[in-house]
Design a protein around this ligand. Structure first.
Ligand code: SF4
Ligand code: SF4
Length: 80
């Protein structure tokens, strides 16, 4: 189960994470001008939002055994 955390203290509301996410997990609260996780269960754990946020406001934590990002590494027993 992936947990996406967006720090409202550092989020500037730039909207880049909305553009990065291929499956529309993240939305922008127009009142607070902050990004928030709207559809967390749809997350594919691609890390694009975390990588693209200029403020490093987004962090993902997840069960590695259920992650697409790590599946190839796990398959071949590689360490990163
Ligand atoms: S990319 Fe980062 S700073 Fe910009 S809206 Fe998303 S979480 Fe906020
Ligand atoms: S990790 Fe990928 S799928 Fe999940 S919220 Fe971020 S951009 Fe969207």
């Amino acid at each position: 189960m992936t947990k996406i955390t967006i720090d409202p203290q550092t989020c500037t509301g730039c909207g880049l994470c909305l553009l990065s996410c291929p499956v529309d997990v993240i939305r922008l609260d127009p009142v607070r001008n902050k990004a928030f996780v709207a559809y967390g269960n749809d997350c594919h754990v691609c890390y694009l939002c975390e990588d693209d946020c200029p403020e490093k406001s987004i962090s993902l934590s997840h069960d590695i055994s259920n992650s697409r990002r790590f599946s190839t590494y796990d398959q071949f027993g590689l360490k990163i």
